[in-house]
Design a protein around this ligand. Structure first.
Ligand SMILES: Cc1cc2nc3c(=O)[nH]c(=O)nc-3n(C[C@H](O)[C@H](O)[C@H](O)COP(=O)(O)O)c2cc1C
Length: 338
């Protein structure tokens, strides 16, 4: 077993956390990850109360009277909470309390006190070094450094950080300024090589989105997951195109990585034009989404799609990754000449 500060502090069997994934990571997936010994986060995403209610209840049913109920939390998009925080307030009032609340994409400080007061840990995902002190000031116990390979939203392409450099830079800053705060890396981690590399870079564990999205328990359509499993890492792109098409009003510092499909290619380099007159493109997008046609509808997966070749259960994925990381870390000694 791999022991890190994360496994010790949260009582996990592996240093892995499921990323909260809006609409794609519900109660089944979070419960499956918690049951397998990782930490599961329900993707509260845009703060839709009905969705959060339904999915949190599924997790609560699956985990009732089990030790894994200690390893479950909920994630929200912070700038959406600024408009409506009712789903956060609802989940903090549930009999199965989230053991952690994960905030990303905005200032976490206005929400920190009510999260702590309810008895949950605060986890903050950051995309830039400048956000690290803000997360520490908010009282985050865990900070997630998200690199630009990540699926879904992240720092806009022009300023996105590489996981490989961002993680050790954040680790150095935390070691000097907030040594009790744990660090996870995210963005492009889908196997034991990625997990063991992150631990070498100074992280206490990994946050996984795309790899766990492509599991039986993930809520995305099976055809989307199978398409991702056939696509290599050149086949994704970061841009605001799908946000414009989906009428999502994201702040300019963030954009979105998904499969680079035909509709996306049609608008690349023409984002201003699309913003100015989105009507016909939105109609094409909505028709494709209704028909399950992924030449138009978004398949939200990151560069790690290159390392995804199947759609098994989440527990199997997690065991594979933990076993491979353990093997790699054990084998690292063979790189040293006696
Ligand atoms: C389908 C999907 C939905 C996501 N939704 C959210 C979200 O609602 N909130 C959030 O903080 N991050 C979200 N993310 C980003 C994850 O938190 C995480 O940073 C990312 O998945 C890590 O990179 P990876 O996809 O390469 O594992 C999402 C990612 C994916 C793939």
């Amino acid at each position: 077993m791999i022991h890190t500060r994360l496994t010790e502090r949260l009582g996990l069997e592996m240093p892995i956390m499921l990323a909260p994934m809006a609409l794609a990571g519900g109660g089944e997936l979070a419960a499956a990850c918690a049951t397998a010994g990782a930490f599961g986060l329900v993707g509260g995403g845009y703060g839709d109360l009905d969705w959060t209610w339904r999915e949190w209840d599924i997790a609560a049913q699956r985990l009732a009277n089990t030790a894994a109920a200690q390893h479950i939390g909920c994630g929200f998009i912070t700038w959406k909470l600024d408009q409506d925080a009712s789903a956060l307030d609802w989940v903090l009032d549930q009999p199965m309390l989230p053991k952690a609340v994960f905030l990303s994409f905005g200032d976490p400080r206005p929400y920190a006190e009510r999260i702590r007061a309810a008895g949950a840990r605060l986890i903050c995902q950051v995309q830039f070094m400048a956000q690290v002190p803000q997360a520490v000031e908010a009282g985050a116990e865990i900070i997630v450094a998200q690199g630009g390979a990540a699926g879904g939203h992240g720092a806009a392409a022009a300023s996105a950080r590489s996981t490989m450099v961002f993680v050790p830079e954040a680790a150095d800053w935390l070691a000097a300024n907030a040594p009790d705060v744990l660090l996870l890396g995210a963005g492009g981690i889908a196997d034991g090589r990625g997990l063991s590399a992150l631990l070498m870079l100074g992280a206490d564990g990994a946050l996984l989105g795309s790899r766990l999205w492509a599991t039986r328990e993930g809520l995305a359509p099976l055809a989307a997951k199978e398409l991702a499993a056939r696509t290599d890492g050149d086949g994704t792109a970061r841009s605001p195109i799908f946000d414009i098409l989906r009428r999502k009003d994201w702040p300019a510092e963030y954009d979105f990585r998904a499969l680079r499909n035909a509709l996306h290619r049609e608008w690349e380099g023409r984002e201003a034009e699309l913003r100015a007159d989105p009507g016909a493109a939105r109609a094409a997008f909505e028709a494709a989404a209704a028909a399950g046609d992924f030449t138009g509808a978004n398949v939200t997966v990151g560069e790690a799609t290159s390392l995804i070749h199947d759609v098994p259960g989440a527990g199997e994925v997690l065991r594979r990754i933990a076993d491979e990381a353990e093997f790699r870390l054990g084998g690292a000694r063979t790189l040293l000449k006696p």
